[in-house]
Design a protein around this ligand. Structure first.
Ligand SMILES: [Zn+2]
Length: 503
């Protein structure tokens, strides 16, 4: 027997699909205007571009099987989840919670834009999210694409990130650096609330309609449980009884020291027994720079100008830890592993990564402009690995797609990347990729005869290999041949230890 199904979530979900005068939309807008705390989350269709795992998963028709290279685009957000707490007054308003799943493919975005924008900026409403900046970038792009360039969103404040709440609740000493690992929302919910969120649906197709009941519940949970976590936070700050400035939620990870602002006037909005000024004391804001709101274009002339926002300057030194999605978020692409782009300073690391089977590209140009690096990173859904601190100033990428390698030696660099991205390398991944060009090998090994044939005029196979019954592999991209020689075995030994593979 299968285990008993999880109990139904403790909240009712309203699916909003109508526009104009539909009752669900009216209710949503009423709840938004009365809310004191709003938890937000968004879903979009997972992008699988360039991922071998993508092939054959589309059950239906996929009309554009061979698309022309299109300029890079942000994914279209197809679902917005909103959990509202707080009513128009009264003692029990804290109890009131309404959860909406808004189908952005059905509701006219024109009906939503102004209320959302107002909500995002309304000082008296705390917005909660889990690494919401990326959601905001995509949401903004989705609205701008539908309604015109000005119809994006550029800020959310006051905002509180659940990752920060988590570390606060865990009693993290703010003098110390936050731990390296990035917790997923599912992990945080499990640790704090003993609730397990289904991970299966996370990368389901959020653009497919009708949505399944499971999808609706899953999507709603992602917003709803943020409120529960927020309640724990409230309890804690209430029992600690005060809001001294030394208790400020700070976060190296988000470099919030530069953006955290205490409520300037100290206004109080008493809402169900807690004071909004306490909450805003811990909050921060999300500001999108102009560069954040435009997809990087691969076409030069379209001024893919990556803003060097002065405000981000302070961020440079502290953005050394990984701030992007957890390893490895399948909605970003890749087949369970991140794909990297190494800048020229760390080409040796690229080769090492390939040796352990990880996709690690380098640019062909020896002196690439930062823009080329960033464009390729974005276009191919890669993570840029660099030692160049200057690249971290590109704010959007800095929080999502750039990691600054700290080690100097390539062995240490490999160990650092494996550790930081929690890459689980198995033995059969070793030597499974062409170290020369990052290509993959043909599936079946070649016999000696086939290898000799394939190497003609291209590569010399030493005659000492001829009667050793070896297998050969050919790179599908550059045709380089590889075989299990002494070097191979030495390298395997070396990487077994770097990757912590015990046999
Ligand atoms: Zn190759």
């Amino acid at each position: 027997m299968d285990p008993a199904p999880a109990p139904p979530p403790p909240f009712a979900v309203r699916l909003v699909t109508g526009g104009g005068s539909s009752p669900e939309l009216a209710l949503l807008l009423r709840s938004l205007s009365a809310a004191r705390v709003v938890a937000l989350d968004a879903e979009w269709k997972p992008r699988r571009r360039g991922s071998p795992a993508a092939a054959g998963t589309g059950g239906g028709s996929s009309p554009a099987s061979a698309p022309a290279p299109a300029p890079p685009q942000f994914p279209t957000v197809t679902l917005l989840q909103v959990a509202c707490r707080g009513g128009d007054g009264g003692e029990d308003e804290r109890e009131r919670c309404e959860v909406f799943v808004v189908d952005l493919l059905a509701v006219p975005l024109a009906d939503l834009w102004a209320p959302l924008r107002e909500l995002f900026e309304r000082p008296g409403v705390l917005k909660l999210g889990f690494r919401f900046k990326q959601d905001l970038v995509y949401l903004s792009a989705t609205f701008a694409a539908a309604l015109g360039g000005d119809a994006g969103f550029d800020r959310v404040e006051p905002f509180l990130d659940v990752t920060n709440i988590y570390y606060y609740l865990k009693g993290h000493d703010r003098q110390k650096k936050l731990p390296k690992e990035t917790k997923s929302l599912a992990t945080i919910c499990e640790e704090l609330l003993s609730v397990s969120l289904s991970k299966e649906l996370q990368c389901s197709d959020w653009s497919y309609r009708p949505l399944s009941e499971g999808q609706i519940q899953y999507a709603a949970s992602d917003a709803y449980y943020l409120l529960d976590i927020f309640d724990l936070f409230l309890q804690k700050i209430t029992t600690e009884g005060k809001c001294s400035s030394t208790m400020e939620l700070n976060s190296d990870r988000h470099c919030s020291s530069t953006v955290i602002e205490c409520s300037s006037s100290g206004y109080d909005i008493c809402s169900g027994g807690y004071s909004m000024s306490i909450v805003t004391k811990y909050s921060e804001k999300i500001l999108l720079a102009e560069s954040d709101t435009k997809p990087r274009s691969s076409r030069r002339k379209e001024k893919p100008k990556l803003a060097t926002n002065v405000k981000c300057k302070d961020k440079v030194d502290c953005s050394t830890e990984w701030q992007g999605p957890p390893p490895w978020d399948p909605s970003i692409g890749g087949d369970g592993y991140p794909k990297f782009l190494c800048d020229v300073m760390i080409e040796g690391l690229a080769k090492h990564l390939r040796c352990v089977g990880i996709d690690a590209a380098i640019l062909s140009s020896k002196k690439p402009e930062p823009r080329e690096l960033l464009n390729q990173t974005y276009k191919e859904g890669r993570i840029l690995l660099t030692r160049d601190v200057k690249l971290l100033k590109y704010q959007y990428l800095a929080s999502n797609q750039v990691y600054r390698v700290k080690s100097l030696l390539k062995h240490d660099q490999l160990a650092e990347v494996i550790d930081m991205f929690q890459l689980k390398i198995s033995e059969d991944q070793l030597m499974s990729r062409c170290t020369k060009c990052n290509g993959s090998f043909i599936q079946k090994p070649l016999t000696l005869e086939e290898a000799v044939e394939a190497s003609k005029g291209f590569q010399v196979i030493p005659s000492c290999l001829f009667n050793r019954n070896l297998e050969f592999w050919k790179c599908t991209d550059c045709n380089q041949l590889y075989w299990e020689g002494t070097q191979y075995h030495n390298a395997v030994q070396k990487f077994l230890s770097v990757c912590n593979i015990s046999d």
